[in-house]
Design a protein around this ligand. Structure first.
Ligand SMILES: [Zn+2]
Length: 500
């Protein structure tokens, strides 16, 4: 087989893997957006069939031979083919490294652990979940050990899964900056204790009107409805098959317009990223966003830097007034402040823009301890409470609103959390450059997203997974990760809001 044929084969394999992913995504989408309760079992059958097929493909001799022979000719590959080879090889190695029986055992354990977590959360009973968490950490250590190269720390193996190239050393430095600069700011705000009471509290935001509004917002920010679909679900998410079919959801709360407004902006950011990936990467591992952190940078840019900006809220307010009569006397500045309050709270997903990264920092610190030290998992809830007190100044009353609030650990996701905070930092670093090239504030004020989308497409989106996150960041900003932009953005914004 000549090189050209081998490359063609690599793309063929990718297409098959891509189709497996697409069926999973479609099944998930269907379940989350109205599929009947009775469909849970067939969903599990579909998933286990697909993961079996994927395993067989990735561990087949033929596929192994192909990778081996491409490895020898790697230097002859162009950038695109080489990157695809690297990504494919990595996926194959990950799957091959874990013995099939252990992997199956782990999958069913994870399914059980999530059920136990749900019950434990309901009953506010951390000790019920603790043995599962302990075992999940053991599994993760063991599996990371199979994949460990050059004696790198086990936690680094996991961190790299979610954000290629990021290590504990990078994250330590990153969170150190956040701790040093943000914790005092939050404490200052807490001392001042100035809250903007929401004047429309108690009013009902009609769901049908919220739906109209969310659709309108998606059109304004440039989501392409010809290549996408929009619905509601209990937990907002974005999924899709390729750049021509991207789907997103939002969540409606009749008492709180902010829920759908900012969820729609957030998921819209994820969705537009996927829609703007170049056609040439379709049906391969190059055809999706490159990493959790970069993906989150795009969603958070739309949610926070654009969505919660004074300019964009000014643009939106008249539209809201048209739909919701009781907002008619609300003034711009008040509206901006009402939706930009920093109030430390126990729940991560309800946190504001300023306190959010500290929720992540706490999870990072605890994951690090669990992965690096032999700590007592049974008392981890106590550590959780201590950290919330220290960083956010709040008392956690019960574990349901503390250590049991997130599903991530129960689902086996260790090393994922830090990408949430990283995404916001990337966002500020990117926006700094964007602002030098286009008049962002003016565009937001006019609700004119076309030039903004063009910028994102040209600099970030179109590449799909061609560049690593580090390469992408450096090509756009000419710097490595620099949390200074993020911290400065937050200090600047919230000092003004709180007149500090
Ligand atoms: Zn997101």
């Amino acid at each position: 087989m000549n090189l050209e044929d081998k490359i063609k084969k690599l793309y063929d394999y990718n297409k098959r893997l891509h189709v497996f992913d697409a069926i999973s995504a479609l099944t998930d989408w269907d379940r989350a957006t109205g599929g009947p309760k009775g469909g849970i079992q067939i969903k599990q059958e579909i998933f286990s069939y697909l993961s079996g097929e994927e395993y067989n493909l990735l561990t087949s001799n033929e596929f192994g031979e192909l990778l081996k022979s491409l490895e020898m000719q790697k230097e002859e590959l162009n950038q695109k083919d080489r990157r695809l080879f690297d990504l494919t090889k990595r996926k194959a190695e990950d799957v091959r490294s874990i013995p099939k029986n252990e992997y199956t055992e782990y999958s069913s354990f994870i399914a059980e652990s999530q059920e136990v977590w749900e019950e434990a959360k309901e009953n506010n009973d951390y000790l019920m979940f603790a043995p599962y968490l302990k075992k999940i950490i053991e599994y993760n250590k063991k599996f990371a050990g199979y994949r460990q190269k050059n004696n790198m720390p086990l936690y680094d193996v996991l961190l790299d899964d979610y954000e290629e190239g990021m290590t504990m050393k990078d994250y330590d430095k990153f969170f150190e900056t956040l701790r040093k600069d943000l914790v005092p700011l939050i404490h200052k705000i807490l001392e001042k204790g100035k809250k903007t009471p929401i004047s429309w509290d108690g009013e009902i935001f009609d769901t049908a009107k919220q739906e109209e509004l969310s659709e309108e917002i998606l059109k304004i920010i440039g989501f392409n409805f010809d290549n996408g679909m929009f619905k509601a679900s209990a937990h907002p998410f974005t999924t899709g098959f390729d750049n021509k079919d991207i789907r997103l959801t939002t969540r409606y709360d009749e008492k709180d317009l902010a829920m759908s407004l900012f969820s729609t902006m957030h998921e819209g950011g994820h969705a537009i990223y996927e829609q703007q990936i170049a056609d040439e990467y379709r049906f391969s591992m190059l055809g999706g966003g490159v990493s959790s952190g970069i993906h989150e940078s795009q969603s958070r840019t739309f949610e926070n830097e654009y969505g919660k900006s004074r300019e964009f809220l000014r643009f939106c307010l008249p539209k809201l007034k048209q739909k919701f009569e009781f907002l008619k006397d609300v003034d711009e500045e008040y509206f901006y402040r009402a939706y930009n309050q920093a109030i430390p709270s126990a729940i991560r997903i309800e946190a504001d823009e300023l306190t959010y990264p500290l929720h992540i920092m706490i999870r990072y610190e605890l994951e690090k301890e669990m992965m690096n030290k032999d700590i007592d998992i049974n008392t981890l809830n106590i550590k959780w409470r201590e950290k919330y007190k220290e960083y956010l100044g709040i008392d956690i009353e019960n574990d349901s609103e503390g250590i049991l609030q997130d599903v991530h650990w129960a689902a086996g996701l260790i090393g994922y959390f830090p990408t949430y905070a990283l995404g916001s930092a990337y966002a500020s670093q990117f926006t700094e450059i964007l602002k030098k090239e286009i008049d962002l504030n003016k565009l937001l004020e006019n609700g004119e997203f076309k030039p903004i989308l063009e910028w994102h497409k040209e600099n970030i989106h179109s590449y799909g997974s061609l560049k690593t996150p580090k390469e992408l960041l450096k090509d756009v900003t000419l710097e490595d990760l620099n949390p200074k932009y993020y911290v400065d953005y937050l200090i600047n914004k919230f000092s003004k809001i709180y007149d500090l």
